[in-house]
Design a binder for this molecule. Structure first.
Ligand SMILES: Nc1ncnc2c1ncn2[C@@H]1O[C@H](COP(=O)(O)OP(=O)(O)OP(=O)(O)O)[C@@H](O)[C@H]1O
Length: 732
């Protein structure tokens, strides 16, 4: 019964050796299946995300549940570009050593690539696994079939006129051998099926990973973006996502099977051929592993050198192209080309070193295999000569030894390349581990703005221990008022607006909008209520229509044009050949500073926020245009609480309250008239008054402070005057 089962299932005769082989085959694939199943269960269901030490949001599939957005299908929706970016850069971050960091990367890779919850993709995932098992079975079964044929010669071969006659059974064996061999070496069928199955699974993993990483990076605070090198994040994400897929593929379909292949072959040689053979294999394997360890160390160092040099050369080139204007200003074109040439030459040198090293380092491994074969063959030949072994066993020995070479070599090669991919994942971890510096408290409610009353309560802030920010800022602004903020350059005016927009949170004190502490409500709800026109309006490399519509993606074309009219830029746009479809260039470089500012204003008009922050919003405009826009802004800011940062005092002189800031402190406050009056009463003392005198063209007293109408003015005065200590004002 058992014999028949063996014969029926595996086509073998029940010989002890064959039973052992088939038994180990079944064991091996059973083991693989259990491992795969376990990993899938552990990774998709049970594994505690804290083991990965990455934000839990990364583990949530954005494709499974697309986040709710407030974007509609407005005029710019059709303009959203599909960007193909194949750039691949890398930097070297020292790899964490030890088993735990490696396990973390492996678990992360497996978890990221498993299409959890997508039924069809999960099925395809297992089909791919099944095909792998089939492929490995064929590889393992081919030499077994050879062995059977050779044995058949020995047991059933008859000689008629010197020609061996094969029984029907033997002929079938030969046919199956040829079929196995064909499938093993030339079959495109399995490859084609694997590719078809692979594509949707890999694509899904790639897309969902990119989205998760992208979402995470957008969730990080201003501080991260200011510190990150521009243009570095996306290439890191892209190479890391390829690395994650590569590691999973290699692990599941190369390394695990190879390890099991090696173990099986060792067991087989030890027990079926004798301990001598097993020992030779073990010794050689140990030597192989030691050689491989040093070889891969060397190769990884050279690979890293290569990618480091290539990264540096390309980031320098990108930097020079992005700053083409500076290059032209100083006629440094030839200098930049020389610098890039030196970088490329360095890369070619290292690349050649890498190729030579690869070739040289492959030699000792090849020699080791020949040595292994030689010793084994010598043992085998001696035993055959002594009559202790069947001559057919020589062939069997050679085939099995060769069979072992493949997995060991694959293991060595794959292990080196996986270590290299770990480097990419390390860079990704550095990004994923970055935490937002401004966080919402758990279950934070949204800000409810009814009016727009604003209050700063003893607010202090520091960018870092060595960088001052703001000290003890307190003031109250009733709804609908306009607040002018003035002071010397670097005094902290923009910082005050950034705190209100929650790009940073105060180190102490509170900012209240309509009585609600903004650090206790969601950042998004705060930003939704506030419109900002920054000092330098950054534009996306798209059309003017897209850039204005960016303030409210659901806006219609008519609304966008109305906003442009309010910002006094519609007429300008209509003079461009392509009108609203004119491309603005990288960061808006094809537009003038004044045009960029007016697009910034149009955006705020379109957004219709409750609170408006204007940070030098009209500094790039000529006086005539500024006065036109001022009228437009007055219409927009009417009944809205507005903060205006300006060096040109004429911009803020009509404000309901003017705050004069110096060294991060409010040194004066009041309306224009009050401040001038106060100065008149105190013999012309007062920061605001000094600025006013300078800007209105009156002479400056010899002890005038460093406050000026622009940076140059301040610097010139600083060179010719002694700064006065700032009077410390008692905050109300
Ligand atoms: N992200 C940052 N990290 C560290 N320091 C910063 C950062 N942003 C600004 N600072 C520093 O904080 C101080 C105040 O900067 P802020 O931009 O608020 O000045 P400002 O009064 O708006 O100047 P300006 O009139 O020139 O625009 C400056 O010394 C500046 O160098």
């Amino acid at each position: 019964m058992v014999d028949n089962l063996w014969k029926f299932s595996f086509g073998v005769t029940g010989d002890v050796l064959e039973r052992m082989l088939v038994g180990s085959l079944v064991l091996r694939f059973g083991h693989l299946c259990v491992m795969a199943l376990l990993s899938v269960i552990i990774l998709s269901e049970i594994l505690d995300p804290s083991v990965l030490q990455i934000p839990a949001s990364i583990l949530m599939d954005p494709l499974a549940s697309p986040p709710k957005t407030n974007t509609g299908l407005g005029a710019i929706a059709s303009e959203i570009p599909i960007v193909a970016d194949d750039e691949k850069d890398s930097t070297n971050i020292p790899q964490q050593q030890g088993f735990k960091p490696i396990l973390r990367k492996v678990v992360f890779s497996l978890r990221m690539t498993y299409p959890s919850g997508k039924r069809w993709l999960e099925i395809l995932y297992f089909v791919k696994f099944g095909i792998m098992i089939l492929g490995r079975a064929i590889v393992f079964y081919t030499p077994m079939q050879t062995e059977r044929i050779i044995r058949a010669f020995g047991h059933t071969g008859q000689v008629a006129g010197g020609t061996p006659i094969l029984s029907k059974f033997d002929m079938a064996s030969i046919v199956s051998y040829v079929v196995y061999d064909y499938l093993q070496r030339y079959s495109n069928v399995l490859t084609a099926i694997t590719a078809v199955v692979d594509t949707p699974v890999d694509d899904y993993a790639r897309t969902s990973m990119t989205l998760r990483f992208f979402q995470h990076v957008h969730g990080l605070s201003m501080e991260y973006h200011l510190n990150a090198k521009s243009g570095e994040t996306m290439p890191v994400l892209r190479s890391a996502e390829s690395s994650v897929i590569y590691i999973t593929d290699m692990l599941m379909y190369q390394i695990l099977p190879s390890i099991l292949d090696v173990i099986l072959s060792l067991v087989y040689f030890w027990f079926a051929w004798g301990w001598k053979y097993g020992l030779v294999m073990v010794v050689n394997l140990v030597i192989y592993m030691i050689i491989n360890h040093f070889v891969s160390k060397r190769r990884i160092k050279t690979w890293n050198d290569c990618s480091d040099i290539s990264y540096k050369a390309s980031s320098r080139a990108t930097d020079s192209l992005q700053n083409f204007e500076t290059v032209k200003h100083f006629t440094n074109e030839a200098f930049e080309v020389d610098r890039y040439r030196a970088g490329l030459a360095g890369y070619s040198k290292t690349n050649l070193r890498s190729t030579v090293e690869d070739s040289l380092l492959a030699m000792p491994r090849g020699l080791l295999w020949s040595w292994n074969l030689f010793i084994g063959c010598a043992f085998c030949a001696t035993e055959i000569a002594q009559g202790n072994r069947d001559p057919s066993s020589f062939m069997t020995f050679v085939l099995h030894t060769k069979q072992l070479e493949n997995p060991v070599d694959t293991f060595g090669w794959v292990f080196s390349s996986i270590k290299r991919e770990f480097n990419c994942i390390e860079q990704l971890f550095a990004i994923l581990e970055a935490e937002p510096t401004v966080k919402d408290i758990p279950n934070a409610p949204s800000l409810i703005t009814k009016k727009g009353n604003i209050e700063f309560e003893d607010v202090c802030f520091q960018y870092s221990s060595d960088k001052k920010g703001l000290s003890n800022i307190s003031f109250k602004v009733p709804q609908g008022s306009t607040v002018g903020i003035v002071g010397p350059t670097g005094s902290g005016k923009s910082t005050l607006l950034k705190l209100m927009f929650r790009l940073w949170d105060p180190t102490s004190g509170r900012i209240l909008i309509d009585g609600q502490d903004i650090s206790k409500v969601t950042q998004i709800s705060v930003r939704e209520q506030i419109g900002v026109v920054p000092q330098d309006t950054a534009l996306l490399d798209e059309s003017i229509l897209y850039n204005i519509g960016y303030a409210r993606p659901s806006a219609t074309r008519v609304e966008i044009e109305d906003a442009a009219k309010a910002a006094q830029i519609h007429e300008n746009i209509m003079t461009f050949e392509q009108g609203y479809n004119t491309s603005v260039g990288e960061r808006g470089a094809k537009l003038s500073g004044g045009e960029r500012q007016r697009i910034g204003i149009a955006r705020v008009v379109l957004k219709q926020p409750s609170i408006i922050l204007l940070d030098e919003a009209t500094s790039a405009l000529d006086s005539a245009t500024e006065s036109d826009i001022q009228k437009a802004l007055n219409a927009v800011t009417e009944n809205r609480t507005t903060f205006v940062v300006a060096h040109r005092l004429s911009t803020v002189m009509h404000a309901d309250l003017i705050l004069c800031i110096k060294d991060g402190r409010i040194v004066e406050r009041g309306t224009h008239e009050e401040l001038i009056q106060k100065a008149a009463e105190s013999d012309g003392e007062g920061e605001y008054y000094k600025m006013w005198k300078i800007q209105s063209g009156e002479s400056v007293s010899s002890n005038a402070s460093t406050v000026g109408d622009d940076e140059l003015g301040s610097t010139v005065q600083a060179m010719t005057s002694v700064p006065e200590p700032c009077p410390s004002l008692k905050e109300p």
